[in-house]
Each structure stands twice: as C-alpha cells, then as structure tokens.
Design a protein around this ligand. Sequence first.
Ligand code: NAD
Length: 368
Amino acid sequence: MSKTITVLPGDGIGPEVTSAAIRVLKHLFERFNHDVRFVEKRIGGAAIDADGTPLPQDTIDQCRLSDAILLGAVGGPKWDRQSMEVRPEQGLLGIRKAMGLFANLRPVQAFAPLIDASPLKRAYVEKVDFIIVRELTGGLYFGKPSERRGERREQVVDTLAYSESEIERVVEKAFRLAEKRRKKLTSVDKANVLESSRMWREVVNRVAKRHPDVAVSHMLVDSTAMQFIINPSQFDVIVTENMFGDILSDEASVITGSLGMLPSASLRTDKVGLYEPVHGSAPDIAGQGKANPLATILSAAFLLRYSLDMDQEAALIEAAVQEVLERGYHTPDLKVDTGDSKPVDTAGMTDQVIAIIDEKRRSMAEKG
Ligand code: NAD
C-alpha cells in the first residue's frame, strides 16, 4: 500500500537539507520498488510570511494524513522580533503537540573519522553510543499557569505538571528501545528536590517489572550532566522529562563533535513519527551550499526504521554515511582525520551517499 511522507522544509538551510534527504529516500524507494508519496507543506518563518501563522491548519491536516513527517529547521533573524505567538518555534512546538508526539529520541554516537572534533579526549569518546529519550509534550514547557503576577508583574510562576500515564508511555518506549540495545536504562530526575521527579521514579520502577531483562538505574540530573563529560560511554538508553532532556541532549550533542551529524525522531504509540536534524536553520550559511545534509539524511534513516518498517534500507543509509566519512568526504563544518580530505558541498555529499548506497546494494546482491 502507498505511504505518504509530509515534508516541512522550514527556514534557512531547512529546504537544502530536506531536499538532500528526499533525494536519498527517492533513490532507495525506486531501487527497492516502494510506493511512497511526498507532500510538501509550510512551517515556521516561511509559513508566517505566506500564511500569517507559523503552523497553518492545512499543514496540521496534511501531517495527520501521513505515515511520517520529515522536517528541516525553523527560525531566523527575520522573525526574531515577532511576538511569542507568531515566532517560528511555535510551529515546531505546535506540530509536536498536534500530532501527540510525546517521545523524542536523540542518538549520540561517535563517528570514528570525526572524533578529533570532539572537545573531549579521544579515549572518552571512542565508545560513545547512547540514546536520549526525552518526554516532549508535558512538564514545564506546557504546564499552566505560566504567567507574570502582581501589581508590578514582579512575580512569576511556571508549572511542572505530569500525569502518571504521560510518564508511563514515554518510559515504556524507552524500555522497549533498551531491550533492542544493550539492555541498560538510566532514568534521570531530580528526586531529591522535586515531587514530580519522585513520581517519575515510582512509575519507572513499576514499568521496570514488565522488563526484567533491562538493568535500570536512577541518576540525578546534575550528576548526569557531570557524567556526560567524565564517562559518557557508560550510557545506553537515557529517559527523562522534557526540560532535563532538552538541556542534556544539547550537552550530549557536543560530545561527538558535530551538530551537523545528529538526527532525531519524535514518536508516539503508533508508528507515525516526525524526523528532523538536531541543528537549527543556520541562517549564517543558508543558500551557500555549505550545509551538512548528513543529520537530515540520518533522520530519514530513522524514518524508514520507525515509521515504515524498512530496516534494511535504514541500515544502508547509516552504513553509507559512515563510509563517506571514512573516505574523507566532508562539508566545511566537519574536520575528518582520514588523511585524505575531500571537501564537498551539500549536493556533493548527497551524491556520495547515494553512490555508496548503490555500491553496497550491488555487493549485497553479489553475495546473494
Ligand atoms: P544552528 O544550529 O542553526 O547553528 C549553530 C551553528 O552550527 C552555526 O554556525 C551553523 O552554521 C552551524 N550549523 C548548524 N547546522 C549545520 C549544518 N547542517 N551544516 C553545517 N553547519 C551547521 O543554531 P543557532 O545559530 O543557535 O540558531 C539559528 C536559528 O535556528 C534560530 O532562529 C533558532 O531559533 C533556530 N533553531 C531551530 C531549531 C529547529 O528548528 N529544530 C533548533 C535550534 C535552533
């Protein structure tokens, strides 16, 4: 049956990196005879300019009809002075909420040819391979009330609210992921201070009983921030609430050295998901062919694996990305240490990924 991917290119380098990923996907779908349709819609600043809102209803309606969503990035200086409700970022928060995408997955993995770009010592980084599962639709970012108070508006309140079921569904997702990996789950909270964290721990311990083969530990968020720097390879799957996950995943993004390499997936209970690179719209390099498309291409691999059940195709993309770096190809943001540096632009990098996918397919076919 035909599948539909909605593409939301967004702003800045968003359109450049999404079209690179679409080229890779279309190539694979053609080679493997998959019937997949792409529909493009507006979000963020591009939607503000055209429709007066960062998230047009038409975009939400189309996403609801889709099997998966591929997003570039939103934002840029052009919209920085807009009031909060009509900022590009509202498009992103709004689509996650409208689609009920409650689990954000961010892998943190060392790519051998890029390790020297990490601010940490090589020995700490070499074995890093973990994934952060961040709760995405609850907690401080959505709790009400969130307002200024008092005669002079001299007081302020934000609310950190969770229900047991909101915690349980994301924790369950993290356990299932851990079962497919090294069977080790770290739940991160601030249970020595926050009531919400104490309830979080209770739910984690309850869900753990359904997954006896996964080793669970609890870690305070401040200690986790430290452990990321002194021993990042100890982690396998990390699960945490919205704001802790936001901060920790940005900290984790620098461990492996390049923002242009990090994919993400936002999932819910069924197979529908939204896939996007971790980086922003990089207005400083937009339109110059300098954008590294690999984070979005790796996000497309996630899309194949989690939303379309195409594991083999996803693995081909991931192997091709590893191989382009090993062969020395790099966009200006990457410093590869293969001794054989081959600078390429966005399109050149995409061409290489596609060429290696074909090489790998041919050698798989020859091996039978
Ligand atoms: P950014 O990630 O856009 O850029 C940070 C730096 O990394 C820049 O020097 C940029 O050139 C570089 N960079 C980022 N992605 C790259 C890529 N694929 N290839 C090569 N270099 C890359 O973060 P920022 O500068 O803080 O934010 C710029 C805009 O993006 C802001 O409007 C911000 O609100 C928005 N933003 C959007 C998202 C999102 O859509 N998910 C995330 C973060 C920031």
